[in-house]
Design a protein around this ligand. Structure first.
Ligand SMILES: C[S@@+](CC[C@H](N)C(=O)[O-])C[C@H]1O[C@@H](n2cnc3c(N)ncnc32)[C@H](O)[C@@H]1O
Length: 294
């Protein structure tokens, strides 16, 4: 069985969904199917619409979730198209889960180029059939554009210096691999590993991934549509792993509450428990925010 992904804050997610009609859920970011499996086990009468933009993840999740048969409807696509692709009021959706970012399987796969610690092509596309790769971005953007990308999406302090070095290097040979980029960052920032220090390539890789997959584009507009596209009582759970995404979710959820179109579900935000972080260190940056449509 393909089951390397540990579903983050799953107990909290199930507690929130237990307060719904428990009939139909949408898992917007299926990954390896960890949360989806737990939802189907916990709520025996429920069905799930399972979405992922990555065809490879979807294929593996299909395998993992085979035992649930027709209780799952799989769909490859961007969850930002959910309200265009599905009518969530007929039949009424009870709950929606969004757990974006990348799965451990995607991170560890050398062919995908998401990790600075695994040698591979600088690809980083979640939907490998669409848009430019990270290498194409590094080989085509201007110095100003690259500096803006690193500072905006990775909050990289020396973004200008890094952009300049990337342009200089590509004059001699084009950007191709994850390790090539990691080495430049280590050289430029004088990296010396020490316990507890985060590798400076982490922020740069995050920035590139967000840019390549346009992770923040359209998110605000999608959140704004929640109350008008979902039935009253539907609960929406959003997990975030970096402050840029979290800021958008926090602001929009608060705005919907102020407008009387939704109620925030406390605590706002919830964080993983200590024992979960101990078991799965990758969960430490997670924040869970949830609301119920008015
Ligand atoms: C952190 S994993 C989800 C893990 C899943 N909850 C589980 O328990 O196995 C994130 C998944 O969301 C997918 N994803 C990220 N952004 C997406 C988007 N905008 N639309 C559809 N899928 C997306 C990624 O391809 C990846 O498979």
């Amino acid at each position: 069985m393909n089951f390397p992904h540990y579903p983050v804050m799953s107990r909290e997610v199930l507690d929130i969904f237990a307060g719904t009609r428990k009939r139909l859920f949408v898992d917007c970011t299926l990954g390896m199917g960890g949360h989806c499996r737990l939802i189907l086990f916990a709520f025996s009468g429920a069905r799930v619409i399972a979405i992922d933009q990555d065809g490879q993840s979807l294929a593996r999740a299909r395998e993992n979730l085979r035992e649930f048969g027709r209780r799952i409807r799989f769909h490859q696509g961007d969850f930002l198209s959910l309200f265009d692709d599905f009518d969530c009021e007929h039949p009424p959706v009870s709950g929606i889960l969004v757990d974006p970012g990348i799965s451990t399987a995607q991170l560890k796969d050398p062919r995908r180029g998401f990790s600075h610690s695994v040698d591979g092509p600088l690809d980083m596309r979640k939907d490998s059939g669409s848009g430019p790769t990270a290498a194409e971005v590094l080989n085509s953007l201007s110095e100003d554009e690259l500096a803006d990308l690193f500072s905006r999406y990775g909050e990289v302090a020396s973004s200008r210096r890094l952009a300049k070095a990337i342009i200089e290097k590509r004059l001699f040979s084009p950007w191709k691999s994850t390790v090539q980029l990691r080495r430049l960052i280590e050289e430029l920032f004088g990296w010396r590993p020490r316990p507890g220090r985060v590798h400076p390539a982490a922020q740069v890789f995050q920035a590139l991934r967000i840019f390549v997959n346009r992770e923040l584009e359209g998110l605000e507009a999608w959140l704004e549509r929640l109350p008008s596209s979902l039935p009253s009582g539907c609960r929406v759970v959003f997990l975030t792993y970096h402050s840029l995404e979290d800021r958008v979710v926090k602001r929009m959820f608060r705005q919907l509450q102020r407008q009387g179109r939704a109620a925030l579900l406390p605590p706002f935000p919830a964080r993983p428990r200590g024992d979960e972080i101990e078991e799965n260190l990758a969960s430490r940056s997670a924040k869970l925010r949830a609301l119920e449509v008015a």
